[in-house]
Design a protein around this ligand. Structure first.
Ligand SMILES: Cc1cc2nc3c(=O)[nH]c(=O)nc-3n(C[C@H](O)[C@H](O)[C@H](O)COP(=O)(O)O)c2cc1C
Length: 333
């Protein structure tokens, strides 16, 4: 058993965390990855302004007090006043372990309204937003992108932005190693994230192209204090336990070397919880989004995936998954 770590003001069992993923990191997905070992999970980005307008859907994204384990609330907002108002409303609804500002989302519907990655161009406002979170007494975090480094003058823009938000009181900065212009394309610049982490020891967590345990190890060896699992867990739902084992944490075998039956059982459990929490439509979409990575390496995986993809309701998808152990090609494994 290892002692808890303190990272960015939060107590966590390891540096391997679940990233915020809009439309994915719902209560069910968060619970699923907590069981698999994620030491901290994120809500998806939630509109601070939407919370003030008592928007029902926005409030549902907050989840409820019954949810255990370390969790960070991620908010997006164009200014400090609406951010503070939204944070106060959210904390009136439930407990969170950290408050995080999204300064990373490049999508026009967010960035064009002055939130997300557009804040990278307004460091003064970004700093004010961090300061506005401090009175809540929780760790104040920022998730950002690396800035454009095309010219020599711009080569340290990421460092300067980090300096501003850390000086404003941010306890941790999560850096996604792509520029906003890259959106989700091209390779993440892991070297740049490691460089910035070296400059601000203990204050930088990493995001970008974490698909295998070695990717997380590279970030951690480079001075990052935590690593966020994002699309990697959609390709391999057991990425977090596999990473924990590679880092020397004790991890049950059925999580690090799952049989086809272990995989099927895990997804069935996720689906059953999803039915309760988010309903059948969402659950089907979520599980089908994970299909490409399911049963990787097992003979007959393509057939099982195709059978699952053809299911039109949860009952038949569950039945297909539960038949997996009996699937002759799986028995060869
Ligand atoms: C579908 C999807 C939704 C995302 N939603 C959010 C979000 O709500 N907040 C946020 O800060 N980042 C969001 N991200 C970015 C991820 O958290 C992560 O930083 C990014 O995908 C880079 O990691 P990866 O290359 O390992 O996927 C999202 C990414 C994807 C693919």
């Amino acid at each position: 058993m290892r002692a808890d770590l303190e990272i960015g003001g939060a107590r966590v069992s390891s540096p391997i965390w679940l990233a915020p993923l809009a439309g994915v990191t719902t209560r069910t997905f968060r619970d699923f990855h907590k069981k698999l070992g994620a030491a901290l999970v994120h809500t998806e980005m939630i509109s601070a302004v939407g919370l003030s307008y008592k928007n029902k859907r926005t409030r549902r994204l907050i989840g409820d007090e019954g949810e255990g384990g370390p969790i960070a609330l991620q908010l997006f907002s164009p200014d400090a006043a609406s951010l503070a108002k939204g944070a106060a409303i959210a904390l009136g609804l439930r407990r969170f372990d950290a408050l995080e500002i999204n300064m990373a989302c490049p999508m026009p519907k967010v960035a064009k309204k002055g939130s997300g990655a557009s804040l990278l161009g307004r460091p003064d406002v970004a700093g004010e937003m961090v300061s506005a979170l401090k009175p809540f007494g929780l760790p104040a975090w920022v998730k950002m992108r690396i800035l454009d480094q095309a010219s020599a003058a711009a080569s340290s823009a990421t460092e300067r932005f980090c300096e501003t938000i850390l000086a404003a009181g941010a306890d941790l900065v999560m850096i996604h190693g792509r520029t906003a212009a890259q959106r989700y394309e091209g390779a993440a610049d892991k070297e740049k994230v490691r460089e910035v982490a070296t400059l601000f020891p203990g204050r930088v967590a990493a995001s970008g192209d974490y698909y295998a345990p070695e990717d997380a190890a590279l970030y951690l060896d480079g001075g990052c204090v935590a690593v966020l699992a994002a699309r990697g867990v959609l390709r391999d739902e057991f990425l977090i336990p596999k990473t924990l084992r590679a880092l020397g944490y004790e991890t049950p075998r059925n999580l690090t070397d799952p049989t086809a039956g272990d995989v099927a059982n895990a997804i069935v459990a996720l689906g059953r919880e999803g039915l309760e929490n988010e309903g059948e439509r969402f659950t089907l979409v979520l599980v089908k989004r994970m299909l490409a990575g399911l049963f990787k390496g097992f003979p007959g995986a393509a057939v099982i995936r195709a059978d699952c993809a053809a299911c039109r309701d949860w009952a038949s998808l569950e039945e297909t998954l539960l038949r997996v152990d009996l699937h002759p090609s799986c028995l060869q494994q």
